[in-house]
Design a protein around this ligand. Sequence first.
Ligand code: C5P
Length: 400
Amino acid sequence: MTTSSAPLAGKTIVLGVCGGIAAYKAVEVCRRLVDLGAHVAPVMTDGAERFVGRTTLSALASQPVQTSLWDEESPIPHTRLGQGADLVLVAPATARLLSAYAHGLAHDLLTNVLIATRAPVVVCPAMHTEMWEHQAVQANVRTLRERGVHVVDPEDGRLAGGDSGKGRLAAPDAIVAEVSSVLGQRDLAGAHVVVSAGGTREPIDAVRVIANRSSGKQGYAVADEARRRGARVTLVTTVDRPAPIGVETVCVETAAQMKAVLDGLAATADVVVMAAAVADFRPVSCTSGKIKKSGGVPEIVLEPTPDILAGLGAAKRPGQILVGFAAETGDLVAQAQSKLERKNLDLVVANDVSQPGVGFQHDTNAVTFVRPGGELESHPLSDKRDIARALLDIVVGLRA
Ligand code: C5P
């Protein structure tokens, strides 16, 4: 018996279970979700039924297990389930399921539900290490992430058949925490969050640019996380890759273009997160056409670009939150503190890009958050999504 004050009361969760040895853990996930007040509608694939009995899951869930598009009472069980869901959770998600979902292949009840739903989706992959590390699986996971699907990464540990390595289904605790966070955390609802991402490119001539190694991953993670927490998000990006679902994107190339767009957006934005790596210098002029080798080594004269963030800091409205990044190779905190003051910021995310796995191009980051008054908070090497979450936790705190 649950009460309406239970954390997930009133939420309908479709729990998809695929055929993997970890299917037995889905039973525990199901029980915990029901204990938290959720209405859990279980859907099993044919493979899942080889690992756990449908009676077990039916007994613990809020309604009987469904497995087929064809033999249920409703002629359209997938749309009914998809439309009624506040969240679709797949645990465990096999390589086959990830591939079908990434490619829009709706061939059984669960994949039909995934394609039919507009609700947030959480997938929890589980498989042998070799399969998890295969390029095709990783590409599918990337595609799903880019579309806004929440992925709870598998853990390192014992696998079926006595093997061990990365690929074990995340712990039920972690899965339930992600579901609760996706369903519950709307602490940026009503806010307009503007995020910049990627490195600017400053033209030298018709074909050459001054660029940097920024991948934009950290900015994309912040944009996605802010959207997930209910914000209206505008991503100003130099990176040619799809924005997370529900995020408005403006593509720019140079610092000047980025400044023009951001100055306009910041006039009304509640939060600006300046994750882009803006070039500090640009050629004074861009040669029309291509500079020919035959003319000898060209002399390229540089000038400073406008400091976009300093401009936003000078024009900051009361209540607006400005976040800057500081990619350093030493003297991290002192540099970040000076940036905070110089640019009139509320938070600086400082990272030492000389450390392995940190900053440009990596999926991971290790940062120190620096706030006015010298307050520090360090985050060890973790996924850029975790850093995005921690960053927005601080932003939400600053807005309160
Ligand atoms: O001063 P520094 O370039 O290290 O500051 C980094 C922060 O300032 C980042 O948030 C970056 O996006 C922003 N920046 C900017 N305009 C520039 C250079 C950096 O907005 N021209």
